[in-house]
Design a binder for this molecule. Structure first.
Ligand SMILES: Nc1ncnc2c1ncn2[C@@H]1O[C@H](COP(=O)(O)OP(=O)(O)OP(=O)(O)O)[C@@H](O)[C@H]1O
Ligand SMILES: [Mg+2]
Length: 331
């Protein structure tokens, strides 16, 4: 008993708290209800789940497989991670072999899960179309991807599509609260709010950050505070953003530059993160249209410049310039 328990305890929380039934999948109610209905009516089509990371695509299909086949679902399911081994051979051989062997006592169809299918080569996707048609009698395919537009249109038209949207803060909160209770954590209200906001709809990120915070505690009774959350996520603290933005708005150019450089160095922040912080704060300000357009346009160019490897010093100066000159338009 103890060995099993300790094995579970050593798992990363994203695995420890992976939904085992469809009821444990949070914030995707419509999708869960629809696929469940398909199963109960015995009319499961080929499925395509797509959407951003950490929203429950893999978890939902595994939970669905469990619901259809019970605990021994693995015999009836072929899971292929397309981005590990994305050649055409995988598609041809593994799928063909699995799909063409009929089990004597099989319940209807087998399930083939193609995870991260948008990483497959287009040749492999092409050969998949024919295979899907050929084996529809005794198999169902479930294709999982982050981006539907990276999939072959002919493949898309063979599947019923479900878009997994970023999980709402309320749904993440519900799940996270269960984990907080089970793991006996103490967390400040403000810290919890920051965690929900910074997770941006990604449940995997929320769980990983929470686990990282737990590991950083010196005693089990210590409370997780807002600073720890920002540090674990590596996001700039709101105070640092406000300080930097304030200096741009109020001080002269040299002073602003020095303050921002100081904040960046002291807190180990990347310029892009500071910049997205500025955009978020500025979106709450009352600005004239002209000023807003000038800021967003200017910052977008700078972001592109940074991603192309632009000089940090020049880009920092450019940010100050863009915001200061846009504020002139505000007057
Ligand atoms: N809707 C959800 N309800 C409950 N837990 C979830 C949900 N979505 C994600 N999780 C948690 O996050 C982890 C990762 O989720 P999952 O593997 O299903 O994401 P995914 O959508 O397949 O992401 P990717 O696109 O990166 O493959 C799960 O183990 C689970 O703990
Ligand atoms: Mg996945």
């Amino acid at each position: 008993m103890t060995t099993v328990d300790s094995k579970i305890d050593n798992l990363p929380w994203v695995e420890k708290y992976r939904p085992t039934t469809l009821d444990d999948v949070y914030g995707q109610t419509d999708i869960v209800e629809t696929v469940r209905k398909f199963v109960h009516e015995g009319k499961l089509p080929h499925l395509l789940f797509y959407g951003p990371p950490g929203t429950g695509k893999t978890s939902t299909i595994i939970a669905l497989a469990r619901e259809i086949y019970g605990p021994n679902y693995k015999n009836m399911v072929l899971e292929l991670n397309a981005s590990d081994d994305r050649g055409i051979d995988v598609v041809r051989n593994q799928i063909k072999q699995f799909a063409s062997t009929m089990q004597i006592f099989s319940k209807g169809f087998k399930l083939i899960i193609l995870d991260e299918a948008d990483a497959m080569t287009s040749v492999a996707q092409n050969s998949l179309r024919r295979i899907i048609e050929k084996y529809t009698k005794n198999t169902r395919f479930c294709i999982l991807a982050n981006y539907a537009h990276k999939l072959n249109p002919a493949l898309l038209s063979r599947c019923t599509r479900f878009r997994f949207h970023p999980i709402s803060e309320a749904a993440i909160k519900e799940r996270i609260n269960q984990v907080i209770i089970k793991e006996n954590l103490h967390i400040e209200k403000k810290a919890e709010n920051a965690l929900l906001e910074l997770s941006k709809g990604d449940m995997r990120r929320a769980l990983n950050v929470l686990q990282a915070c737990k590991a950083a505690l010196s005693t089990d009774d210590e409370e997780i505070d807002q600073d720890m959350i920002y540090e674990c996520i590596g996001a700039p603290h709101p105070q640092d953003i406000e300080l930097s933005l304030d200096t741009i708005l109020k001080e002269d150019w040299v002073k602003s530059y020095k303050t921002i450089e100081h904040v960046k160095r002291e807190k180990g922040l990347a310029l892009v993160d500071l910049m997205s912080g500025f955009v978020e704060v500025l979106s709450k300000y009352e600005l004239s249209n002209a000023a807003r357009v000038a800021i967003l346009g200017g910052l977008a160019d700078i972001e592109y410049g940074i991603s192309r490897g632009g000089n940090d010093k020049i880009q920092t100066s450019a940010i100050i310039g863009v915001i200061k000159s846009a504020m002139e338009k505000q007057k």
